[in-house]
Design a protein around this ligand. Structure first.
Ligand code: 4AD
Ligand code: MG
Length: 481
């Protein structure tokens, strides 16, 4: 007999004579009621065991975490909270779970404890919900772009280029670290390395993505990216997934329109397809916030917050306007910011971004036209900017509770201007000859952005630490599992 998923059993339109369900025991009450979960839904199915006719030995083995198979009749439940239950006629223990030793006890565990048990935390309600929402969101990402005719591009993981020019890269080598070959100048001889050159894990697929956009028109990437930045924050991972669309002939306004439409689409998709999970996560968040002072609690419940993002346009604000707002803000005047905003040109820290989004505008914000010298080399220099106050066609999207969720720009499509910029920043033109070729042969206006997938999942699930929305987080000092 083939087993049926719990989700399908609970959604059944009729009672059924004989069904088989397989899953893991969440709880076993009164020697009679198994709450069985198989991961297909947040909801458990109640399995009622005929304890009088079941050997004591078997009953003892129905413990939290055990894998079981039950055969029985699907009947309308007399108990509250569920439509159906299974009256068990045959029960088989597939895999025992020592109740004393199984770390996922049926009680509240701290998120920190669960992180240390990331291989088992997915058996909890919260992490099951988060991982299903994550999966649905990634499907929505593909669906959005595929429906619009974008081509999905797999850009390389190993690369010689530093796309962001920030030097935050993990090196890739097969050289023996205890006996590195040296060249005549006494430096490491990367010619002897696997690829015959120095390589690293990619920080972004953008530069390769641009070459494809300049042929296929509209492309997107969705893959892992790596940053060796030592930021031990609740918003940073060393390995994270990024979505990077790139579109030929789009300017910065088109880029903002695309980003806003895309984010609203995927959030709507999650609302439409993850109702039970999101409702559960909303309850979890409310519960968690009860222990916080009023001022630190969210103003909106999770579903209300998600709907708010769908119903309101993102506020578009230039960097210069933002600096004026921040300079005159109360936390700046009262010296409450850790980094005070004194002048135009200052880089914005997350405290500033969050002030703008959470206190000032109270909605998602797109900041654009940043000072050229705090942004990456490939961003298009604005026409008519004052000398000494050059700005680039950059945009960052800031979200409540998250800060920066998207970074993007219109690209510098003019060969000469790009070369000048690379020279000024000491970026190797030989290494990036292929990138420059896009500007030598049929260059055109184009734009794109990168969305940090885990930051999106954070926002949608109402979680507060990025380590809790990726299966096995990699952070400074930690690469367990
Ligand atoms: O702003 P970033 O660095 O932009 C780029 O990499 C561009 N090449 C994107 C493009 O235009 N195609 O990163 C983009 C986004 C950020 O806005 C943030 O959401 C996320 O990636 N991100 C991180 N997420 C988790 N952990 C980290 N360490 C992250 N660094 C960036
Ligand atoms: Mg950025």
């Amino acid at each position: 007999m083939k087993h049926t998923k719990v989700r399908d059993l609970l959604n059944s339109t009729t009672t059924l004579q004989e069904v088989n369900a397989k899953g893991w025991v969440r709880t076993f009450r009164n020697n009679q009621f198994i709450a069985l979960n198989d991961g297909s839904t947040i909801n458990n199915i109640q399995c009622v065991v005929d304890f009088e006719n079941t050997p004591e030995e078997t009953l003892k083995r129905i413990t939290t975490g055990a894998a079981v198979s039950v055969i029985g009749t699907l009947v309308e439940s007399k108990g509250a909270g569920q439509k159906y239950e299974i009256q068990v006629s045959k029960l088989e223990i597939l895999g025992d779970s020592d109740a004393e030793k199984f770390p996922m006890q049926p009680k509240k565990h701290s998120l920190e404890f669960l992180r240390e048990n990331a291989h088992l935390r997915v058996r909890t309600n919260a992490f099951g919900a988060i991982m299903r929402v994550r999966s649905v969101l990634s499907y929505a990402v593909h669906k959005y772009f595929q429906d619009k005719g974008f081509v999905y591009v797999n850009t390389p993981i190993i690369t010689g280029a530093d796309a962001e020019g920030a030097g935050e890269m993990f090196q890739v080598t097969s050289l023996p670290l205890d006996n590195l070959p040296k060249n005549e100048e006494g430096n490491i001889d990367f010619k002897k390395d696997f690829f015959g050159k120095h390589t690293n894990l990619t920080v972004s697929g953008q530069l390769e993505g641009e070459t494809f956009a300049m042929a296929l028109g509209q492309i997107y990437t969705f893959g892992p990216t790596f940053r060796a930045e030592n930021s031990n924050t609740s918003r940073h991972l060393a390995e994270f997934w990024m979505i990077e669309p790139e579109v030929a002939f789009n300017n910065l306004d088109d880029n903002m329109d695309l980003a806003e439409d895309f984010i609203q689409y995927v959030i709507k998709y999650a609302l439409d397809h993850c109702g039970d999970d999101l409702k559960f996560l909303e309850g979890r968040l409310l519960e968690e916030e009860k222990s916080k002072p009023q001022a630190e609690r969210s103003e909106m419940a999770l579903l209300e917050k998600l709907n708010f993002v769908l119903d309101n346009n993102f506020k578009r604000v230039s960097y210069t306007e933002a600096i004026d707002i921040l300079r005159d803000s109360t936390p700046n005047k009262k010296k409450k910011f850790q980094y005070l905003i004194n002048e135009w040109g200052a880089d914005l820290q997350s405290e500033h971004e969050r002030y703008l989004v959470e206190k000032h505008f109270k909605c998602p914000v797109i900041l654009y036209d940043y000072p050229a010298n705090i942004k990456a080399f490939y961003m298009r220099l604005n026409d008519n900017t004052e000398p000494g106050r050059e700005t680039v066609r950059a945009m960052d999207i800031l979200f409540p509770g998250i800060g920066e969720i998207v970074g993007g720009s219109e690209r510098e499509e003019r060969y000469d201007v790009l070369v000048q910029k690379m020279e000024a920043l000491g970026i190797d033109k030989e290494e990036l000859y292929w990138y420059l070729d896009t500007r030598r042969f049929g260059s055109a206006t184009h734009a794109g952005f990168g969305l940090g997938f885990e930051r999106l999942v954070l926002f949608v699930t109402g979680m507060t630490n990025i380590r809790d929305v990726i299966p096995f987080p990699r952070t400074p000092g930690s690469a367990e599992f």
